[in-house]
Design a protein around this ligand. Structure first.
Ligand SMILES: [Zn+2]
Ligand SMILES: [Zn+2]
Length: 73
């Protein structure tokens, strides 16, 4: 079930090493080891976003402002 070919970019270090964890909506960067949570509301512009999890590499990007929907946890 894990989409290994999907590489999400880490908002912390900028490297595409973000991997889903066992918790839904949670990701961990295997490069800098920071953990992130995927929000349903954009932290940049406050826009609600319909997120199709793990469907493509664009799942963590806000459709409204293009900002990252990930926040550090
Ligand atoms: Zn990182
Ligand atoms: Zn936004």
């Amino acid at each position: 079930m894990l989409p290994e070919k999907v590489s999400l970019r880490c908002p912390g270090c900028g490297e595409p090493w973000l991997r889903p964890t066992t918790l839904p909506g949670r990701y961990r960067c295997v490069n800098c080891l920071h953990r992130f949570e995927l929000r349903s509301v954009c932290p940049e512009c406050g826009e609600h976003s319909t997120i199709v999890r793990m469907a493509s590499t664009a799942t963590t990007v806000c459709n409204h402002c293009g900002g990252s929907m990930l926040i550090a946890v």
